[in-house]
Ligand binder design. Structure first.
Ligand code: ASP
Length: 352
């Protein structure tokens, strides 16, 4: 517990010092972080189910319980793989498959709708031990896009496949496909109708405008460190409601929404994708650690709470470093999240 509190609850004096260090737009130099020096746990895993306007006031006890149960079950899947000596990659993939199948989240079943009323899904996965990565964008019939991303990584010479080509690759590699109706949920359909109505009133079309709405990003992600010390990260999403023109966000973009490298950390992001692409958020956390020697906590905090905030990018990320430290920063009101390592486990939703 002490360990996580060091990541989250910086004393005010420390925050002021950090603010001072950051005030010249420069990343701070390496700081001594006790958390980094503690003994490495045998495994570590973190998950997210999206960030956004998630407040206690907007939640019913039933809804909150449903989210907590789903996050808990997802975490348990990944934890079990890691505890039994499985790979970080398998833990990430299996955990995300569960979250994709859960209609509460904006990934797989439960994905948001495009302007035209379709579900276009994006996902990516990266292996920290060899920098291999796989990503898919705008697929409409693949039940679990993270599985397809893994197949692209393992069974092709490519990194990023999109649209009909990606779907063809799925059928050729026995990745399960479904009728697009599989992804439909009433709540997401209603949100699209509300957004279209709003647009009509404003006389404007194709706007994502998350900041002006009661917006909840619902992308899912997982990062893990296995018993061999290898890292992996994965992210899966339906993107943003009302997207058009085959818009892709950060989630399937390696370096933006997902990144992993055993020499430093694994990162999965959620938020307003355009900003996460522009500022190469996941890779930026890695770069601050790798080139500047920052701790995971300082690097992740700088990118999410300083850089993104200044640029207007809402969202957050989950990350694990090579020593099993975990950081879960976000600059929105809440983020569905959880983490586990031996003897430590937590599911969180709000700022706490
Ligand atoms: N980052 C995702 C996107 O922009 C959305 C999300 O995280 O919910 O497509």
């Amino acid at each position: 517990m002490m360990h996580m509190k060091q990541i989250y609850l910086f004393p005010t004096g420390f925050l002021c010092l950090v603010a001072l260090l950051f005030s010249c737009e420069q990343a701070p130099q390496s700081t001594d972080n006790k958390a980094d020096m503690q003994q490495r746990p045998s495994y570590a895993i973190a998950i997210h189910g999206g960030a956004g306007t998630i407040t206690r006031a907007s939640m019913t006890p039933e809804k909150e319980a449903a989210y907590r149960t789903a996050l808990d079950s997802a975490l348990l899947i990944g934890e079990t793989v890691l505890r039994q000596g499985g790979t970080a990659l398998d833990a990430v993939e299996k955990t995300i498959v569960y979250l994709e199948d859960c209609p509460l989240f904006n990934a797989g079943r439960g994905a948001v709708f495009t302007h035209e009323g379709r579900n276009e899904l994006d996902a990516s996965i990266m292996s920290g031990s060899n920098q291999k990565a796989g990503a898919v964008g705008s697929v409409m019939i693949v039940k679990n896009p993270i599985r397809l991303a893994r197949a692209v990584m393992d069974q092709s010479e490519h990194v990023f496949l999109t649209g009909r080509g990606a779907e063809q690759f799925a059928t050729e590699h026995n990745i399960e496909t479904v009728d697009p109706k599989w992804f439909y949920t009433e709540q997401r359909w209603k949100t699209l109708q509300e957004m279209l109505e709003e647009e009509k009133m404003k006389g404007k079309t194709g706007s994502l405008e998350p900041a002006t709405r009661d917006y909840k990003f619902g992308t899912v992600g997982c990062v893990a460190m296995d018993q061999q010390g290898h890292l992996a990260a994965g992210t899966s999403t339906g993107g943003m409601t009302n997207k058009r023109w085959n818009r892709l966000g950060d989630s399937p973009v390696i370096g933006a929404g997902t990144y992993a490298s055993d020499d430093a950390c694994a990162v999965s992001c959620t938020g307003h994708g355009e900003f996460f692409i522009r500022y190469a958020v996941a890779h930026d956390v890695w770069a601050l650690m790798s080139y500047k020697g920052l701790s995971l906590a300082d690097a992740a905090d700088f990118v999410v709470n300083k850089k993104l905030v200044e640029k207007g990018g809402e969202g957050g990320l989950i990350a694990v470093d090579k020593n099993g430290n975990i950081a879960l920063p976000f600059n929105s009101e809440g983020m569905y999240r959880g983490y586990a390592k031996p003897g430590e486990r937590k599911i969180l939703i709000y700022k706490e």
